[in-house]
Design a protein around this ligand. Sequence first.
Ligand code: NAG
Ligand code: NAG
Length: 215
Amino acid sequence: MASRINRMTVSSLALVLLALSAPLAVVGGDPDILTDYIVPASQNPTNITGEFFTYTGLSAPLSAPVPENFTVVKASMAEFPALNGQSVSYALLSYPPGSVNPTHTHPRASELLLVIQGALSVGFVDTAGKLYTSDLATGDMFVFPKGTVHWQFNQGAQPARALSGFGSAAAGLVSVPVTVFGTGIDDDVLAKSFKTDVATVQKLKAGLTPPPKKP
Ligand SMILES: *[C@@H]1O[C@H](CO)[C@@H](O)[C@H](O)[C@H]1NC(C)=O
Ligand SMILES: *[C@@H]1O[C@H](CO)[C@@H](O)[C@H](O)[C@H]1NC(C)=O
């Protein structure tokens, strides 16, 4: 009996410690803040003006032509410190014809994508393994639920652009191809996971490993 209580006490204590540590965890989502905004430690709060809440980093890529390859320009907490604690951020996505934003997830946020130029085919898979796809025109929106594997594909002959809003100041990005085949996971583990052979795994890995830079 006593040992059961002890075990319960220990596990309750572990739960309390887990709950207390959760706001500090990187994967725990955005923190609830107790002030209107968070001033970086390096900045004097009395010097904060409207400039601190302004970010112009998407202006140049928005006015430039769509680049040669698929490109993401982020406006998250890392680029725009005033977003710290606000649970919002943006990314500008540019797709030349035929390009894909490869399968990926955002562990900390849902994504609301708005097509602002051209057309995109998009899709995600829910946790029950069901696939959802849609063909979007300029002005259309699509929501990718938090944590789901998703992608966008510009199948047309014209460039496309989208603006994505995230419910996190640091949504995080986990690329499926790079995470699985580009981080050094053992070939045998991958061969068994994908019900294939090591040679096939190595072929997939080769495409995601940049060739060594020439001196
Ligand atoms: C920042 O605030 C300090 C103290 O209030 C002031 O002396 C300083 O001139 C300010 N700096 C700028 C760049 O405004
Ligand atoms: C676009 O991608 C191709 C193929 O990966 C690469 O060779 C090329 O350098 C890229 N262009 C730019 C501007 O990054």
